[in-house]
Design a protein around this ligand. Structure first.
Ligand SMILES: Cc1ncc(C[n+]2csc(CCOP(=O)(O)OP(=O)(O)O)c2C)c(N)n1
Ligand SMILES: [Mg+2]
Length: 620
């Protein structure tokens, strides 16, 4: 057997470079490169191997967590057909990636994490940054990746790669099992050499399957749709990952069935498609939520039914409602006691269209769909043009971005009051233009996520929509965008703290406690003094970006035009009126209120909470 003698780290890079994925007629190199930060736990191992492979890009990021976010933004934009590996040192560099790992796994996004680990040899222990355990020498901080990884392994001997790396690829490329994959790499083992079989490094193509569903269950599903008078589709991220948008459009046109979109599924149909009712659930539109309320059949496609989608299990109130779930993951297809079609979304929609040639919803339902749709678009126009004074409302800022963006441009957001407002208001023209990380809703995803999106498709303008809270948590990848010469537009909404959690706190009787960016007042001892004087525009400039401060909506619109023309990452800072919010539309979200309290407003909120809880349902 021909062999090649290389180190563990060199073998990993050599292997990663030669992995391809194939779906339909597309074949693509799976790893676009490696993102990371070096420390003593990887500099002489993975770092050395990367230096030897200049054709395999290495990108230095500012924080290991935001490196993983960047990879997530990139792979989501690529419909999971390409991703990055992320390298870190041991200890804090490694644990910084845990938040990113959870984000990747929850959003079902493939990312390979390569944290350095403590010496396998052990004689020099405890090494710098080593967590010691009195009960075992086989524990390091990297064990904390286990619950947030879809596959986890530790490489004690170089030859373990020969059995581990194929498993890594199986999981990363599986539509059902994908997520974060962690290979913990003890720092001494990274530098150890072994005679690897040459064949191990031959180019390999991983086929991404499109599975069909079980025939018996498929027939049941067809029958259930035929008997349904008020069916509704809930379109989730799986529609986009499967590239099923066209098949969905054909299916709904043929059957007259309306759709509601989850955060991950927004853009499944163009916003102005007559049967696209928009967002569904806790942050849903009146149109989608009214239909969901009475639907007798929910066809969930590629959705994991988060509490935002089900409005904490209150969205579907028809006593006879049943579910059909089309999902690549068996775990999801069985939810809500559905008829589980564990299968590819595109293929299944094509098959359903073929089997349901005679089916169409009745005229009364069609009329209701179009009335609700028209009313909703009027509401969006109203919120886009509120003319609030003296400061604009956030909905006007969203309207201005939408009006200045091209149909194929991408909006990226994740946490704060933005996801709810955007879910309702953003008018997506096509798939992969509305990019919300709402599985983990992680503050700090937006800027690195947007950078990843832009790297995945440089032909589009990419907007990161961030709050002041989020910006302060993770502005640092602006530096990476400057380093790489990759421009994004960052819209920073300044509302002096947490409009989202502040509003939530108010609605639960706690008056926004601890959610405003204010100085500690010497007399009250509380955070209710002057507003903190933060110069975000100067901060952005100090990191190498252009920045523009906009005080009025007209100035903001001009800034958007200027930012589009700029060649460098540009941060637009706009102050908004925190209390002018986008309302909720027949929706609810379960956030538990204190059962006992000395505050009257909390007692009142608790009473309302107990009433609202009565609508929560089991689907058995
Ligand atoms: C990492 C992280 N920490 C905490 C939270 C909880 N949280 C959700 S939104 C939010 C406030 C966000 O503030 P900002 O970015 O200013 O947006 P705004 O609410 O003002 O729209 C917080 C603290 C979170 N989602 N992520
Ligand atoms: Mg804020």
């Amino acid at each position: 057997m021909a062999t090649v003698r290389v180190t563990t780290a060199q073998a990993i890079i050599k292997f990663l470079k030669n992995q391809y994925v194939r779906r339909d007629r597309q074949e693509i190199q799976f790893f676009a490169g490696v993102l990371g930060i070096f420390g003593h736990g990887n500099v002489a191992g993975i770092g050395q191997a990367l230096q030897e492979n200049p054709d395999f890009p290495y990108i230095l990021v500012r924080n290991e967590q935001s490196g993983v976010h960047l990879a997530c933004g990139f792979t989501k934009m690529k419909n999971r057909m390409q991703t990055f590996a992320c390298t870190s040192s041991i200890g804090p560099g490694a644990t910084n990636m845990i938040t990113g790992a959870a984000l990747a796994t929850i959003n079902r996004l493939p990312v390979l994490l390569l944290p350095g680990d403590i010496f396998a040899r052990r004689n020099v222990a405890p090494v710098l940054q080593q967590l010691e355990s009195p009960s075992s020498q086989d524990i390091s901080v990297n064990d904390a990746f286990k619950p947030v990884s879809r596959y986890w392994d530790r490489i004690y001997r170089p030859e373990q790669l020969i059995t581990s790396l194929p498993e890594v690829m199986r999981v990363l490329t599986s539509p059902a099992d994908t997520g974060a994959v962690t290979l913990a790499l003890p720092q001494d083992v990274q530098a150890e050499a072994y005679d690897f079989p040459e064949e191990f490094f031959a180019p390999r193509s991983w086929h991404i399957s499109r599975w069909t569903s079980d025939r018996f269950l498929f027939a049941q599903a067809v029958d259930a749709i035929q008997r349904s008078k008020r069916p509704m589709i809930v379109a989730g991220g799986g529609v986009l990952y499967s590239e099923a948008a066209e098949a969905l459009a054909r299916f709904v046109l043929q059957t007259g069935i309306p759709i509601g979109e989850t955060q991950a599924g927004k853009g499944s149909l163009p916003y102005d498609h007559p049967q696209n009712m928009g967002a569904v659930g806790a942050t849903g539109t009146l149109a989608a939520n009214r239909l969901a309320h009475d639907a007798d059949l929910i066809i969930g496609i590629g959705t994991r039914y988060s509490d935002f989608t089900t409005a904490s299990k209150t969205a579907f109130q028809n006593p006879d409602v049943r579910f059909i779930n089309i999902n690549a993951a068996e775990f999801d297809s069985f939810k809500h006691s559905a008829i589980p079609l564990t299968a590819d979304a595109r293929l299944t929609l094509e098959e359903l269209a073929e089997a349901l040639k005679e089916y169409n919803v009745d005229a009364e339902y069609k009329a209701l769909i179009s009335t609700l749709k028209e009313e909703w678009e009027v509401e969006v126009d109203r919120l886009f043009h509120l003319h609030n004074q003296p400061l604009p409302a956030q909905s006007e800022v969203i309207g201005a971005i939408w009006e200045s963006a091209q149909p194929k441009d991408v909006l990226v957001s994740a946490a704060g009051s933005h996801p709810g407002d955007l879910h309702k208001l953003w008018r997506a023209h096509q798939p992969n233009t509305y990019h919300l990380e709402y599985g983990y809703s992680c503050m700090g995803y937006e800027i690195p996520g947007a950078l990843g999106v832009k790297m995945a498709d440089p032909s589009r303008e990419v907007y990161a929509f961030v709050g002041d809270g989020t910006y302060l948590m993770m502005p640092s990848e602006i530096v990476t965008s400057v380093q790489e010469g990759i421009k994004i537009i960052i819209v920073l909404v300044n509302n002096h703290g947490f409009a989202s959690i502040g509003g939530l706190s108010q609605s639960l009787g706690s008056s926004g406690f601890g959610t405003r960016y204010r100085m500690r007042d010497q007399k009250s001892g509380q955070l209710d003094g002057e507003y903190l004087a933060l110069d975000f525009a100067a901060n952005a400039r100090s990191l190498g970006a252009e920045s523009i401060s906009a005080c009025t909506i007209d100035e903001f619109k001009q800034a958007l035009q200027d930012a589009r023309k700029a060649t460098k990452t540009t941060v637009i800072v706009v102050e908004t009126e925190r209390e002018v919010r986008v309302p909720g539309y027949d929706s609810w979200w379960d956030v538990a209120v204190a059962e006992t309290s000395s505050t009257d407003s909390v007692k009142k909120a608790r009473a309302e909470y107990e009433e609202a809880l009565k609508k929560e349902r089991y689907f058995l």
